[in-house]
Design a protein around this ligand. Structure first.
Ligand code: OOG
Ligand code: NI
Length: 463
């Protein structure tokens, strides 16, 4: 029988995880159904333009998951499982600073990085690591208890890790081992039935509900699984019409007449799920925890560093104007600000270097005897080249923090009089023993290689 290639393992893993999560959280299935309806409608209404940022088959299968782990060693093991699926750590997100509530984690996202791999299946997992060494959240006594608890648990069975290493090294697995790997991998992210130590869970919850979800139990679990939708405003309305309580807002850029950029996300509120609880006298009682939710997202064009700086400035501007006019909906203010400060067309975004594209020579170049200009804006305007947008494959820290926060039942505590512990991308690379990749470098690489091909074909020296 044929060996199973890495991308097929990734696609199968995403599909099985989706089946498992649908059983655990039935509202997720509704979300997926409504996403499919919306995508079909958008395709019908907009035709092939609907597929400008990914084919319908890619978008329909597309998911991101989120998991949370407690120690660098656990993170390293998660990285091995994802490496088996052709997914590498990309980007560093510090959520400790991004939220008003206490979210003591730093994060990265595991995802495929090559264009062909993304087109085959773009499955990604937003992965957060608890920060017990940050004294703003944990005092030395609690930190020590937490670290001892975490050191005593096993999230990933050794057999899974051995199979994962083999899949990563050989970039495929024989069919029986592929089956075993998938079964163990999905199992590692199921919600455990093991009773939760109630007193310990509550102790951590006083610091942060996220800390309790990570360090209060002896396993990890998929926290949400997010389908991609082509019109998130339509999806939001339809979910609400079905009686599912959504969070108040869509995070990220506003709805506006220009091109979709970066990432817009929204979610339904975390649901109470029955969980067995061990009480201090050793009894097991029925309890409930509210940690898992359903999220949905719409993806737009990746911005360049410059474009992102502009985006961040606009977010700041929207914040200030909203503070001055609290009676006006934030969305409305945001749309106004965007219309004033961002170009309305893909071509202008490209010409001003604000967003990433791949370029190719036009099938119908000018035939008036002129030489192609050297400048990308002029090449586009005069019809020498065409631009294909690069879809944003990553996350936004403020939206991530917003999603975390809107699903927390308590604020938790953060003692800002203490100095933050230093966790950064370099520290995370060290913990993972592999480089956390810079998303901008990945987009730039794709864009630049297409530009070199164009320059060569048109006989231009690139400067
Ligand atoms: C992760 C929240 C962030 C996103 O899409 O921004 C996230 C979590 O809840 O663990 O998934
Ligand atoms: Ni998410």
């Amino acid at each position: 029988m044929k060996r199973v290639e890495q991308w097929r393992l990734r696609a199968a893993f995403a599909a099985r995880l989706s089946r498992m999560y649908g059983k655990e959280v039935p509202a997720y299935t509704t979300l997926v159904e409504v996403s499919h309806e919306v995508n079909e409608d958008v395709l019908r209404a907009r035709g092939s333009a609907a597929e400008r940022l990914g084919s319908l088959s890619r978008v329909t299968a597309e998911r991101h998951g989120a998991i949370r782990v407690g120690t660098p060693a656990e993170l390293g093991q998660a990285a091995r499982v994802f490496a088996a699926l052709g997914m590498r750590p990309v980007g560093f997100y510090d959520l400790r600073e991004a939220a008003a509530s206490a979210v003591p984690v730093v994060s990265t996202a595991f995802r495929p990085v090559e264009a062909e791999e993304l087109a085959r299946n773009p499955f990604r997992v937003f992965t957060s690591l608890l920060t017990p060494a940050d004294p703003r959240f944990f005092d030395p006594g609690l930190r020590a208890r937490l670290e001892t608890f975490l050191a005593g648990r096993e999230l990933f069975p050794p057999e899974l890790l051995t199979l994962a290493d083999r899949a990563a090294a050989e970039q495929e697995l024989p069919p029986e081992q592929a089956e075993r790997f998938l079964r163990l991998a999905v199992g590692a992210f199921e919600l455990s039935r093991e009773p939760v130590d109630r007193a310990w869970y509550r102790t951590l919850e006083r610091v942060s509900a996220v800390a309790a979800d990570i360090g209060g139990v002896r396993s990890t679990h998929i926290n949400h699984l997010t389908p991609r939708v082509l019109d998130i405003d339509a999806l939001y309305r339809r979910m609400a019409a079905r009686g599912i309580e959504m969070i108040d807002t869509i995070q990220g850029p506003p709805a506006w007449p220009g091109p979709d950029v970066l990432l817009r996300q929204t979610s339904f509120r975390a649901l109470a799920e029955p969980r067995a609880m061990r009480t201090p006298d050793g009894d097991v009682a029925e309890g409930a925890l509210r940690v898992r939710f359903g999220e949905v997202e719409a993806r737009g064009i990746a911005l360049t560093r410059e474009g992102r700086a502009r985006y961040d400035e606009l977010v700041g501007l929207v914040d200030r104007r909203s503070a001055q006019a609290p009676e006006r909906p934030r969305e409305e203010i945001a749309r106004e600000v965007w219309e004033q400060h961002l170009p309305r067309t893909e071509q202008e975004l490209a010409a001003r270097g604000l967003a990433h594209f791949t370029y190719r020579t036009s099938a119908d170049p000018p035939r008036d005897g002129t030489r192609p200009p050297a400048d990308i804006g002029a090449l586009l305007r005069r019809g020498w080249v065409e631009a294909e947008p690069l879809v944003y494959e990553d996350f936004l820290p403020r939206s991530a923090a917003g999603i975390f926060q809107s699903n927390l039942t308590s604020q938790g505590t953060r003692d800002n009089s203490r100095e933050a512990a230093a966790y950064d991308a370099e520290w995370l690379s060290g913990a993972l023993q592999c480089e956390v990749l810079d998303p901008y470098v990945l987009y730039e690489r794709q864009q630049n290689s297409s530009l070199s091909r164009v320059a060569h074909a048109l006989g231009l020296e690139r400067t």
